[in-house]
Ligand binder design. Structure first.
Ligand SMILES: C[S@@+](CC[C@H](N)C(=O)[O-])C[C@H]1O[C@@H](n2cnc3c(N)ncnc32)[C@H](O)[C@@H]1O
Length: 377
């Protein structure tokens, strides 16, 4: 655990889930910059109703715990990480109220702190979400690394909330100050969006943060072409389901199967549920769960796991998450059960599968992608 030192105090913070040999800190210079600013400007008092959006592992919520903040996030890992870090600092977990990105906000906020997300679409929906909960005296500060703040980012604040200006950069981080303009017409919130899956009538629902929300990802398309078919009553998991398109096609090809959709993003799971319900209405039952990988799924209980693994995790690039998913898959599979994955050829997932399962089979490959299957023996 590393120590965050800010005017509000010193706090021990770890990323979540904890990994051996973690190379990355649980906060960044933008967190430090906004915490310093809040302190210097005496921006908060104990009467302030404070909302914090996209706090990664609780750096902001924990440092500002004296103001009993509400924290809203699309990430289950961020919420669990913040809870774990509150505990690690001997703080009462109930000092922060947690909301998922799919929860409706209630009442009005005096102060809002936003960590600028990587996805402009996610920022757009968040600004639309908070606007009805601001009042004439509300103030919004956003913080981000310079590389995440573009003209288009500032234009969104101007369009949806009101007049906007930025601070000077410090340690490659910058603040965005935004005044609420009650007269502004912010236009329609364009999310969730829906596209029709090519060569089908299936409507694929995509909330703002969802992977490849404007159309089918090319790796996913390749996987869809090879999803196995069976008439057995299998248990199939769409692991890291995003908008649920993989599980949808698996359900079509496996008419007797029971489907489980899981993702760490609340918007992803809500999208998968909408996609599946639009396709099958009441005819098929499925389970939808926000979780870290296969958390909550019994060992030795699954016949088939389908996975297009993530390789960006909270901006940190690496295949650690994929590795964790594969080893969790091995536990969750029944003997003889299969893990099917699609990945970029250069990611060398076959080495990991061989290590874990002692076997793998190359199902298909093209110039960019490979589909691999491993069997639990
Ligand atoms: C490459 S996308 C694939 C999405 C979808 N299956 C598709 O092919 O369009 C990877 C997904 O894994 C999810 N994810 C990342 N880390 C996760 C974790 N620890 N547990 C569960 N899902 C996770 C991401 O939110 C994302 O939706």
């Amino acid at each position: 655990m590393e120590k965050l030192q800010v005017p509000q105090g010193e706090f021990y913070l770890a990323r979540y889930p904890k990994r051996k040999k973690e190379q990355l800190r649980a906060w960044d210079a933008a967190d430090e910059l906004v915490l310093n600013h809040i302190h210097e400007q005496s921006w908060l008092d104990t009467e302030t109703r404070l909302l914090i959006i996209n706090d990664s592992f609780g750096a902001l919520s924990i440092a500002l715990a004296d103001y009993t903040p509400e924290m809203s996030s699309d990430s289950y890992l961020a919420i669990q990480g913040s809870r774990a870090n509150l505990n690690a600092n001997g703080m009462d977990v109930s000092t922060v109220s947690f909301h998922s990105s799919m929860d409706k906000l209630q009442g009005s906020y005096d102060r809002v702190v936003i960590k600028i997300p990587k996805s402009l679409a996610q920022l757009e929906v968040q600004l639309h979400d908070i606007r009805p909960h601001l009042h004439a005296g509300s103030q919004v500060i956003a913080a981000g690394m310079v590389k995440t703040i573009h003209k288009s980012t500032l234009a969104l604040f101007e369009k949806i909330i009101g007049p906007t200006h930025t601070s000077l950069a410090r340690k490659k981080a910058r603040l965005v100050f935004c005044e609420f303009d009650a007269e502004l017409n912010p236009g329609e919130n364009p999310y969730p969006s829906v596209y029709t899956l090519e060569n089908t009538d299936y409507k694929i629902t995509n909330h703002a943060s969802v992977f490849s929300r404007q159309g089918l990802d090319i790796g996913t398309r390749f996987l869809l072409q090879h999803i196995p078919a069976s008439t057995l009553p299998l248990t199939i998991v769409d692991l890291g389901c995003g908008n649920g398109v993989v599980g949808l096609i698996a359900a079509e090809r496996n008419p007797e199967a029971e489907l489980i959709f899981t993702d760490e993003s609340y918007m992803a799971v809500a999208s998968a549920k909408a996609t599946f319900t639009a396709a099958f209405a009441e005819q098929r039952q499925a389970t939808f769960q926000v979780a870290d990988g296969l958390e909550g799924i019994d060992d030795n209980s699954v016949d088939l796991i389908l996975n297009n693994p993530p390789f960006h995790q909270h901006n940190a690039i690496g295949d650690a998450v994929a590795g964790q998913m594969f080893s969790a898959a091995k536990k969750a599979l029944k003997q003889g059960g299969e893990l099917w994955i699609v990945g970029n050829r250069h990611l060398a997932y076959h080495t990991k599968l061989k290590q874990l399962f002692g076997n793998y089979q190359n199902i298909a490959s093209n110039k960019k992608f490979v589909i691999l299957k491993a069997i639990k023996r």
